[in-house]
Design a protein around this ligand. Structure first.
Ligand code: PLP
Length: 450
């Protein structure tokens, strides 16, 4: 770390600040599959930054598009004004979205996309005369960002418990993780589709469908430690929503843009929601941007119902459709298409799965879950010290192996850039395997956790 740099002023997000500042882990440049650390080491990126740099770091085409736009026009508002880039980028996104979802509302990240989608859902129901439908349903262990809407429908206790009652009128469906029946499944688990029935049998029976505006789910739950939908589960949720006039929102902030080898998880599963929230890979993370992709007739209902020449939806962000983000986004879509990034992910997925499951039988490994280029490795916790074991692996991966992984609780979550090659897959899983073996040989040498 440069001698004149102080870490004291920055309050770091989702970080054990004191632990980090004792021994900072600094990244100073990035290219392709690698970061460079401040001590000059190459660090293999096993997490695509934070599930977002799908085409690899520093893609020259994206960088150049941002540079060009910055030189031409830094900012223009989208409130009662427009600029071509925002319209062009909306069309580029609609072009790869599932059929029927072709109206785009821009924001700046996944949290804003979620709050925007929830507001569209409630406002749309009201617009159609269903003003009783205000209830929002999420799932236990869901992660939908950090806005008050997102934490309300989210289901991770640590993200909720400090912040009061959040939104009223929210309920949660049980999550479908079932290690007892599904441990070490390859791809989608066989057991648990019936958990979707509880949406109708318990929650709708309790609240009555006529009070429910929308159900929001991550098709694959990522941040909570990789929870996969059992076979047939998402199809059941779709059918229940259809039956009861409830909007289905897929939060595709991590599954969008090729993570499963298809443009969206909706394509992968063949289940089309009414809205998709996305961010992260939308611009390959080069400039912050989020979006809600909406079924055309939902948009049309707003246009038809609001009084002539009035604002139809009282919502928006100063930086909605920011020119730099728009430029980055259009270039990113070009890169995904020209370099067949989604197809590359699909082609690599079987090798990635094989490598992931080669860790089965290693010390502490109690489950391995994978789909596309996502893998969750769940470890036995150290008694009385939850998170310690996985965090130790994270630290040793970074310091000793030159590999960046991510952990949540005692689960290692891997989501590399979609350009990863076989040797890098081997390096990633090999590093984790080596550390687990060493940890079991000398458990007293585990690093101090957060
Ligand atoms: C499914 C999902 N939704 C929303 C978010 C929040 O996105 P952001 O951190 O860009 O606000 C995330 C972030 O990881 C996510 O995984």
């Amino acid at each position: 770390m440069p001698a004149n740099l102080t870490t004291e002023h920055l309050w770091m997000p989702f970080t054990a600040n004191r632990q980090f500042k004792n021994k900072p882990r600094m990244l100073v440049s990035a290219s392709g599959m690698h970061y460079t650390s401040d001590d000059g080491r190459q660090v293999l990126d096993g997490t695509a930054g934070l599930w977002c740099v799908n085409a690899g770091h520093g893609h020259p085409k994206i960088t150049e598009a941002i540079r060009r736009q910055a030189g031409q026009m830094d900012f223009a508002p989208l409130f009662q004004m427009g600029h071509p880039g925002a319209f062009e980028s909306a069309s580029a996104l609609a072009a790869i979205a599932p059929e029927g979802l072709n109206r785009v509302f821009f924001c700046n990240d996944g949290s804003e996309a979620v709050d925007t989608a929830l507001k569209i859902a409630v406002a749309w129901q009201r617009m159609r005369g269903d003003s009783l439908r205000t209830r929002l349903i999420g799932r236990e262990r869901a992660y939908h960002g950090v806005g008050f809407g997102g934490i309300a429908v989210g289901g991770i206790a640590g993200n909720r418990k400090h912040f009061g009652p959040t939104l009223a009128g929210v309920d949660h469906l049980r999550h479908p993780l079932d290690i007892a029946r599904n441990a070490f499944s390859r791809g989608l688990p066989d057991h648990g589709a019936e958990i979707a029935d509880e949406f109708e049998q318990r929650l709708l029976a309790l609240h009555d469908p006529s009070t429910v505006a929308a159900l929001i789910v991550e098709p694959v739950q990522g941040s909570t430690g990789v929870i996969l939908p059992p076979k047939g589960y998402l199809q059941k949720l779709r059918a229940i929503c259809d039956k009861h006039g409830i909007l289905l929102i897929f939060d595709e902030v991590i599954t969008g843009f090729g993570r499963l080898g298809a443009p969206f998880a909706a394509d992968y599963f063949g289940v089309v929601p009414d809205m998709i929230t996305c961010a992260k890979g939308l611009t390959n993370a080069a400039v912050p941007m989020g979006a809600v992709i909406v079924r055309q007739d939902i948009y049309d209902d707003f246009m038809r119902t609001a009084p002539e020449d009035s604002i139809e939806f009282y919502h928006g962000y100063t930086y909605s459709g920011h020119p730099l983000a728009s430029a980055a986004m259009v270039a990113t879509m070009d890169v995904y298409r020209e370099e067949q990034i989604f197809e590359r992910a699909a082609a690599m997925a079987p090798y990635f799965e094989e490598a992931a499951h080669s860790l089965r039988g290693l010390p502490w490994v109690k489950d391995i879950r994978n789909l596309g280029l996502i893998c969750g490795i769940e470890l036995e916790s150290v008694p009385g010290k939850p998170t310690a074991r996985a965090f130790d692996v994270f630290l040793k991966c970074f310091w000793d192996k030159g590999v960046l992984i991510r952990t949540t609780g005692d689960i290692i979550a891997l989501s590399p850039p979609l350009i990863i090659d076989r040797a890098q897959v081997d390096q990633l899983f090999g590093a984790i395997a080596d550390i687990l073996k060493a940890q079991s040989a000398t458990p007293q040498q585990m690093a101090t956790p957060a």
